[in-house]
Every structure is written in C-alpha cells, then in structure tokens.
Design a protein around this ligand. Structure first.
Ligand code: URA
Length: 240
C-alpha cells in the first residue's frame, strides 16, 4: 500500500514530466471516481486506483507487462535505423515509462514479443541461465526433410559460436514449415541454424515463450495486451 500525490502518480504512469502532469491536473483533465481533481497535491492510495484522463480510464500499475504480436518491418532496437520501433505500436506513455522489449526479434520476424518497464523481470526473462523455451515457426525456402530436422536436433556449428547449437525440439509442420524450439537467444539464431543446415529461412514467427502462446492471447499482428500474473507464470522455465 502506498499513498502518493496525484502529480507523482500520473508521472509514474507515463503521462509526462512532473510539471506537465501538474498542468494536466490544474486544467481539470483528470478525474477519480467521477470527481475532477484540480489540486495536484491531493494524495491517493495507488493500489487499485483508477483515474480518467482525456475521457480514457486507466488502472494504476506499478509495472506493466505487455505481450505484442509484432508485425514485420518494426525494429526492437532503441536506436532504430531502417524501420519504426516496436514502441510506436504502443500508447505513448509506455515510452515515457521506459518500457523495453524483452530480448529482440529481427525486423522481419513476427509474433510474440514481451515488453516491460520492470528491470528485474526483463533481466530474469533474458538470462541465459533461465531455460525458457522459445517456439518459432520457420518457413523454409527448400523443402523440410527428415535430414534437416535431424541436423537441427543434433546441432549445427555457427560462425563465432564455440560449440554446435541444437534445437530443443524440432518437427516439420508441412513441406515448407517447421516448428523449432530454442532455449538460447543468439543473434539471428534460427535463420543462421537453418542456413548452416543447408536451407534458408524465408519467414519466421515466434509462436510461444514457455507455455504462453500467441494463439491463447488472440492478438492480431500489431495488437498488444497486458499480461496478468497467471499469464506471466506461464513464462517460467518448463521441462520439455
Ligand atoms: N532467430 C532469428 O533468426 N531471428 C529472430 O528474430 C529470432 C530468432
């Protein structure tokens, strides 16, 4: 439980600088329980607080945990070079809250991307020691063969990697698509593993992280949602 003044509350939720939030409140843009609050020094208990700003209602959140169905042609890096950043797909206050992608997907990879402003969560999810499987659906240029699947399962040697990298599991979905599960998150790993195995990845989608599937979230490309505690629990390491 913690009480905070309304200007600090709005600032923590990403609605701008402290001064900017004070101005919003003084102008009468913020209401709580149907009452407009114009004194920015008024304190509120933050747990369970909802407030309305510009006719939109928001729930106070200490941190945000977000799942995005990333479309192609968006970059995960902070300093984007050729395509817009994934943060442009989210409300602006998430940028103010310093929401960041958890790990990275290539600009042309689609699918499940986690985002958060909770450093502990980001660190835990990105840690190589935490064996959280990432499930990808790769479309291949050449047909998927039993030999290709066997090679990906036994391990392929990538340039700059001291030891061969192997898929945790891998199987053909149809003639040109395979599901591949990885526990590491090396740079372009799926594409490089497919290339090292003599094929070429022409499209890539991340369909699940741990037991959290994109399908269960029902997000169309470009859509996002908050993850609740039960959904975050599905991101724990699993025995495959
Ligand atoms: N492997 C890749 O090659 N690209 C991604 O975006 C993710 C995994």
């Amino acid at each position: 439980m913690s009480k905070q003044t309304l200007d600090r509350i709005l600032q923590s939720q990403g609605f701008g600088t402290r001064k900017g939030c004070q101005q919003l409140i003084t102008r009468g843009e913020v209401s709580i329980d149907g009452d407009t609050v114009t004194n920015f020094r008024t304190s509120f208990e933050t747990t369970g607080l909802t407030f309305t700003l510009f006719d939109e209602t928001w729930i106070y959140r200490d941190h945000v945990y977000i799942a995005l169905n990333k479309p192609s042609d968006f970059e995960c890096s902070r300093k984007t070079s050729h395509h817009p950043g994934v943060l442009t797909l989210l409300p602006e206050q998430f940028t103010w809250r310093d929401v960041q992608p958890v790990g990275r997907l290539d600009h042309d990879t689609t699918g499940l991307l986690l985002m958060s402003d909770d450093g502990t969560f980001i660190h835990a999810q990105s840690s190589p020691k935490r064996h959280v499987p990432k499930i990808y659906i790769a479309t291949t240029h050449d047909p998927v063969t039993p030999d290709l699947v066997a090679l990906l399962l036994s391990g392929v040697k990538l340039h700059d990697e001291p030891a061969p990298l192997a898929a945790v599991s891998c199987h053909a979905l149809d003639a040109h698509r395979l599901e591949i599960v990885l526990e590491q998150g090396k740079y372009h790993q799926v594409k490089r593993m497919l290339a090292a195995a003599g094929n070429h990845c022409s499209a890539l989608q991340r369909s699940a992280i741990g037991r959290l599937t994109l399908e269960s979230l029902g997000l169309k490309e470009g859509e996002w949602c908050y993850l609740d505690e039960a959904q975050r629990a599905l991101l724990a390491p699993v025995a495959l």
